[in-house]
Structures are given as structure tokens and as C-alpha cells.
Design a protein around this ligand. Sequence first.
Ligand code: GRF
Length: 190
Amino acid sequence: MRLGVAVSGAGSNLRNLVERGFDVVAVATNRPACGAAAFARECGIPLAELPQKNYASTEERDAAMRDFFKGQGVELVVDAGYDRIHSGAFVGAFRDRIVNVHPSLLPEFGGGMDAIEQALQAGAKRTGATVHVVTADLDAGPVLIQEEVEVLDGDSPETLRARVHEAEHRILPQAIRLMEARLAKSPAVG
Ligand code: GRF
């Protein structure tokens, strides 16, 4: 299945997908200087650089991302460390074909970019990672897979984040396989 990956960060999830042989045909970023974008360039994967400052609105930026992904024949969009919310039109253009990885056991610690810090501040004994289908509601679409991660005494944001990332690197590929199986039964999008 042809994957379009949206990224803003270091790119460990993108790298993991490429190393595991997933068919990443396009990468889009709102942060051209991020590690994930550099990795896409190194690999020669078609990359769309879509910084918000180049667009009058979120809708226009997302329309450009939609056109890019559609033009590359993307069948499933993977938000892998993408730090923006998609417009309703983008979600509609890829209805039930967008997944997101989030560093907590949703619905716990949803709705922000600091889920690891939130878990530590709350004194949680466990947190984890979630892959869910993206709908119009932030961090609230149907959950595909979750993996629990124990919070250890003395964990810092960095040590906990490293273990949550390991969980993400296991469950994101599994969730994409699930979506592939599911979408194989439904007609392709136009
Ligand atoms: C991950 O923790 C993901 O859950 C969150 O952003 C982080 C991205 O990491 N949405 P990377 O860029 O894939 O290394």
C-alpha cells in the first residue's frame, strides 16, 4: 500500500517504516528543517515542504498537501510526529485513510504535544503509545493498537520518551498492516 507520511520532528517513525520496507511514496512536512525531512531527502523520497508561512490559511496548506499526496498515488496517510491538526477538507479527502501515532494511552494525555511530560507530572505509573484513525476530532478517532509502557522511578522525559518510541516503532507498523487488510476490502479512493 502506498504510504504518504506527514512529519514535523526527528523522524524515527519514518525511518522505522522505511527500514521495514513499507512503500513510502511521499513525505510532507510543515518544518523543512526537521530531521524527518532530511531523512526523506537522503532517501530520495518525494518531499513536499509546506511551511505554514507560505500559505494564507491551514486550509490552503492542507489543500497543497492533499494535492501532493493524491498526485503521488497515496492510499494511506500516516501522521508520524506531525504537529498540526488537519483541516476537515483534508480528513474528508482521505476519509478513514489517515492514522496517527500518539505517545500516550489515549484518551489519557491527549490533545497536546507534551503527552510524556503530562504523564510524568500526573505521577502516572504507566503510559504508552496509541495508533488511531484520524477523524475531525483531535486525538479521538477509533483506536487501532495501543502498547503500555511502565513509568519507572527516576524517569526523565528523555528516558520515558525513548521507551515510548520503542513501543511506537512496534505498533505503527502493526497498525498499518491492519489498515491494509481493512482497506483491501473497500474500494480505492478517487
Ligand atoms: C512521536 O512520539 C509521536 O508519537 C508524536 O511525535 C513523536 C515523533 O517522533 N506524535 P519521530 O519524529 O517519529 O521521531
